[in-house]
Design a protein around this ligand. Structure first.
Ligand code: KIV
Ligand code: ZN
Length: 388
């Protein structure tokens, strides 16, 4: 089965989230946990960006074993030198160089012609390759680049020594159909396609980062880049926990393997949430508090009869302790009675109706019926029963 590599950029692209600034100690803790989770590559930072970025990339490169560690560089000599100074002497060190290739970036940002961009790629990738055995090259804003020019840029990077080509959807502009067509086009027009690793790097501006990354995997990408909890620039990056879980739950469809230890997913998500001071939204797939909660009576009844009616994976498979059945105004009597029995009450058929009437009266006026509310209902019912 095809193997998909996980490239985590929580510490680089993830740290580009407004308001997120990990300390070096936290970066080391997150990196260690990422290794436990099973990622293949950690992008530890952008060494030229600041003294602390340099220090943390160097420290992660020195301390982390069990996966590759890479640092980001623009196609600029001093950036490549900074990555080389941080990681060049570490056994797991790699480099990731990028330059924008799309017309808007060439014209408005770089002020470069197509030929100048190609020449820069050639020079900088071969310079990076003198310093590192493994070089990843990214044509930034690839999905808004003319496809024939993208092929030229990628082949230039491959001939200059890049062995990983990353396709960034820098602005979250593309969609699954388009990314599939793009990968098919690259396969058909790059004779060296199978000799290098093709990677996919998506942003979530239109909410399609996970879907786009999965489409690329179906169409030839063997590496996926993203962050934990999907943190990152603007609307964020592909949430790697969503990719890992989808590839497991839908192995029948994707037919690929990964090194991810899925049962450690919740642990890494919680850690990144705490260190980034960004709460995981309640309705976030897989790790949100509602992801394994069942609210309505119909769902609760089905779930209690067979969990698979409303759960496509067990909470334990991603490291969440258990599912929950919060009681509210939409709950049915089945869930209420099961809860009361769990609390130690013995309920007979006759009292069920009275309990449920009292339950509904409370539930109609508040979001959740608590255990204390249930105890109060039972005290009233049992008080009535004992007076009879
Ligand atoms: O989104 C992007 O284009 C990037 C590159 C540096 C790979 O993060
Ligand atoms: Zn990015």
């Amino acid at each position: 089965m095809k193997q998909i590599q996980f490239f985590d950029t929580t510490l680089r692209d993830g740290e580009q989230t407004i308001g997120v600034n990990f300390s070096i100690e936290d970066k080391i803790r997150i990196a260690k946990q990422l290794v436990n989770w099973g990622v293949d590559v950690i992008e530890a930072g952008f060494p030229v960006a600041s003294k602390n970025d340099f220090k943390s990339v160097r420290k992660i490169g020195q301390e982390i074993t069990g996966c590759k560690v890479t640092g980001l560089a623009r196609c600029v000599k001093k950036d490549i030198d900074a990555v080389s100074a941080a990681l060049g002497d570490t056994p797991n060190g790699q480099i990731h160089v990028f330059i924008a290739t799309s017309p808007i970036h060439r014209e408005a940002k770089l002020h470069m012609t197509k030929d100048e961009v190609i020449e820069t790629i050639e020079n900088c990738v071969s310079y990076a390759h003198q310093k590192f055995e493994h070089v990843e090259f990214s044509p930034e804003d690839a999905t808004r680049t003319e496809w024939n020019f993208l092929v030229k840029a990628i082949r230039t990077a491959i001939f200059a020594g890049a062995d990983v080509i990353n396709i960034p959807d820098t602005t979250g502009y593309t969609n699954p159909e388009e990314i599939s067509e793009l990968f098919d086009y690259l396969k058909d027009n790059i004779p060296e396609f199978d000799e290098v690793v093709f990677s996919i790097h998506c942003h979530n501006d239109l909410g399609m980062a996970t879907a786009n990354a999965l489409a690329a995997i179906q169409h030839g990408a063997t590496r996926v880049e993203g962050t934990i909890n999907g943190i990152g620039e603007r609307a964020g990056n592909t949430a790697l926990e969503e990719i890992a879980t989808t590839l497991m739950v839908r192995k029948d469809f994707y037919q690929v393997e990964t090194n991810i230890c899925l049962t450690k997913t919740f642990e890494i998500a919680k850690m990144v949430s705490q260190k980034s001071k960004m709460q995981i939204p309640n309705n976030k797939p897989i790790t949100g508090t509602n992801a394994f909660s069942h609210e309505s009576g119909i769902h609760q009844d089905g779930f209690l009869k067979n969990h698979a009616t409303y759960e496509i994976l067990t909470p334990q498979s991603v490291g969440v302790a258990h599912s929950s059945i919060p009681l509210g105004k939409l709950s049915g009597s089945h869930a209420v009675i099961v809860k009361l029995e769990e609390m130690g009450y013995k309920i007979d058929k006759e009292t069920t109706k009275d309990i449920f009437i009292k339950f509904k009266a409370i539930a109609d006026n508040q979001p959740i019926v608590s255990d204390d509310d249930l105890v109060q209902i039972m005290n009233e019912i049992q008080g009535v029963a004992s007076k009879k």
